[in-house]
Design a protein. Structure first.
Length: 418
């Protein structure tokens, strides 16, 4: 069973609204074992919606149309589907009654009545919210579903009616599951090179590997597998467990979190397991590291606090940085030791550097020094980061957290296995 998604609305093409609906629908289809090979967006234009539907139906068994069921003039999904079906629209008495009930005795605006127009042969999907019903529209041996673009209404209809109907039509139980391994400190090309033996080993199996890179957040290695029949979900999870073990054996400590586990969550777990308390001194990142760390619940147990020592005078008076360049290994070392001393922490982490747009202290834009004052006198890492001011700052924060992660892992097997 293959299903495509067609998101409808000119606002999506103009970038005024981000299409999160298609992503969510794709996730639900995968969990149900329904393949989704294409997703598309189309504006509020009758001919283009018809073309989009016909093209999708030429490839897939089903299409989910999202949006265009409202009461305004640009809501024309019903009309387009009726043309693709080759039928007329008919006013539905049940929807009319529902509209009167929803308006509680007040006059129903004339434009709302179009929401009661249903293509002949279509059935309705009623929801607890909203005024527009969803539609299940047969097109020969295929089917088009129409759901509202309002996320809450869409999710209720897709989860409660569309996906169960697709599963019934597919004639079996199946699931498509994915797991993401979060890799930091290794470029995408190197990750692909290391993992290459697994891609070869998985040829001809229902399990695949793909790579998703982010210049600020590292590489995510996606493992996806499909299983069918009774116990499909458990079988898929076992396959993911096996492949995760294979990939960890190849990538080692470069693998940090799993799925949505951000770097700060992994660092938090390691700090808590170590019994150490951390303090952070930030210059160019302006508090980004502290912000990420304190987003983790329970951070007060292992995070003492941070100092945004942006000005050179603050570095000297508060953290004990001596005279001379503040973008240097020496300054980073003194900042890390100073913030640990000031806040009574076991570990001090510092960042100083040049985010841009101009060089500083004779150092080019992108120069960053990161220091851990643990154990004293502290190891300094010198980084040369590319990108604009925002990207240099974000990447510096990520590198600093990853340096801390590796240092904590090096403490021993107890933390490595946590």
């Amino acid at each position: 069973m293959e299903c495509e998604v067609l998101a409808i609305g000119t606002e999506l093409l103009l970038g005024h609204v981000v299409d999160t609906n298609s992503a969510w629908i794709g996730q639900q289809l995968a969990l149900a074992g329904i393949s989704c090979r294409y997703q598309a967006k189309v504006g509020d234009n009758h001919e283009r919606i018809v073309d989009g539907l016909q093209e999708a139906l030429s490839r897939a068994d089903a299409v989910i149309c999202c949006g265009g069921l409202g009461p305004t003039q640009d809501d024309i999904t019903r009309e387009a589907i009726a043309e693709v079906m080759g039928v007329a629209l008919r006013r539905n008495a049940d929807v009319e009654a529902r509209l009167r009930e929803r308006f509680g005795g007040r006059d129903v605006p004339a434009s709302n009545w179009k929401q009661a127009d249903v293509p002949e042969g279509a059935s309705l999907i009623m929801a607890s919210t909203g005024t527009a019903p969803g539609l299940v529209c047969p097109v020969g041996d295929k089917v088009v579903y129409a759901v509202p673009g309002v996320p809450a209404e869409m999710r209720e209809m897709v989860g409660g009616a569309v996906v169960p109907d697709l599963v019934r039509r597919s004639g079996g139980q199946a699931t498509i599951r994915s797991r993401f391994l979060r890799v930091w400190g290794v470029p995408e090309s190197k990750v692909a090179e290391i993992v290459a033996p697994r891609l070869s080993a998985l040829e001809g199996t229902p399990t695949t590997i793909a790579f998703l890179a982010n210049v600020a957040e590292g590489v995510r290695v996606r493992v996806t597998t499909r299983a069918a029949g009774p116990g499909a979900a458990a079988e898929a999870e076992r396959a993911l467990d096996r492949e995760e073990a294979e990939l960890r054996a190849l990538l080692g400590d470069a693998v940090g979190g799993i799925d949505d586990e951000d770097l700060e969550v992994v660092v938090a777990r390691l700090l808590e397991g170590s019994g150490l308390r951390l303090a952070v001194a930030e210059s160019l990142t302006g508090g980004l590291v502290a912000t990420r760390l304190t987003s983790v619940p329970g951070a007060s147990v292992w995070f003492a606090g941070g100092v945004v020592s942006y000005g050179s005078d603050v570095k000297r008076s508060l953290l004990g940085v001596g005279e001379g360049p503040v973008v240097s290994e020496r300054a980073a070392r003194e900042m890390a030791a100073g913030v640990a001393r000031l806040l009574g922490a076991d570990v001090g982490l510092s960042l100083t550097g040049v985010a841009g747009p101009e060089p500083q202290d004779g150092q080019p834009v992108g120069t960053v020094f990161v220091c851990l004052s643990w154990p004293p006198p502290g190891q300094v890492s010198a980084l040369a980061l590319s990108g604009d001011r925002r990207l240099v700052r974000e990447r510096a924060a990520t590198y600093a957290l990853d340096i801390l992660r590796h240092a904590l892992l090096a403490r021993g097997p107890a933390l490595r296995g946590s």
